[in-house]
Design a protein around this ligand. Structure first.
Ligand code: ZN
Length: 219
């Protein structure tokens, strides 16, 4: 399967590809996207997603696209949002999902080709929390929700990054190396726990999308 990964940084993308391969149970072939920016936030992912989908649909012939967003302080995705008409416009996952659906509906069908399959995940509050699973019992959507309600978040962006990278300042190469090592550890030891216990909504939605890629296309 030819896979493109689009996320908020190239380091994230390296780690995400390993997670996708782990969930799929096969090594995907890399489809490299053009460099939109080296460091991107949610806003630019949303702005660029149309160009990304068009490149993949008309140009690169990718089979699938995986996108991971950080929730930061925005509402987290819940399973209830998956019900018809229940998408939350403030939830970044729901918002991107709707945008992708709209864009794909506007693409011209290509002969003998299925539309690009997509998987969208929401890391709460950012991907480093996923990467600490199995090492730090305090991470997870449940603890983040409790902390957010009482306005005492259990961790900060800085504390998560320091726990993953071991220091406060690091190069993109160091960041990528640490993220890749942690993603490989997750695939080896705790992918199911990541989905079922710690991040059932934002990672669960992502894993579920990926598993659907293997289903035969609907007529
Ligand atoms: Zn949602």
């Amino acid at each position: 399967m030819k896979l493109a990964v689009y996320s908020e940084s190239s380091a994230d993308e390296a780690a995400v590809r390993i997670l996708v391969d782990g969930i799929l149970g096969e090594k995907t072939e890399v489809v490299k996207l053009p460099n939109f920016e080296t460091k991107r936030g949610f806003g630019s992912v949303l702005t660029n997603i149309s160009a990304v989908l068009q490149e993949l649909h008309y140009g690169f012939e990718a089979d699938a696209l995986a996108v991971i967003l950080d929730s930061d302080r925005t509402p987290i995705h819940r399973k209830a949002h998956d019900e018809p008409g229940q998408a939350d416009p403030k939830c970044r996952l729901c918002c991107l999902r709707e945008t992708v659906k709209d864009i794909q509906g506007q693409l011209t069908p290509m002969p003998n080709r299925q539309p690009v399959k997509t998987a969208i995940g929401l890391a709460v509050p950012q991907i480093e929390a996923w990467l600490l699973c199995g090492k730090d019992r305090g991470v997870g959507e449940a603890s983040w929700l409790v902390g957010s309600k009482s306005r005492k978040p259990p961790y900060t962006s800085g504390s998560l990054k320091k726990a993953v990278y071991g220091k406060e300042r690091y190069s993109l190469a160091e960041e990528t190396r640490c993220m890749v090592a942690e993603a490989e550890r997750l695939v080896d030891r705790c992918l199911l726990d990541l989905e079922q216990h710690w991040f059932p909504d934002g990672f669960g939605a992502f894993a579920q999308d990926i598993r659907r890629w293997k289903e035969p296309p609907s007529a």
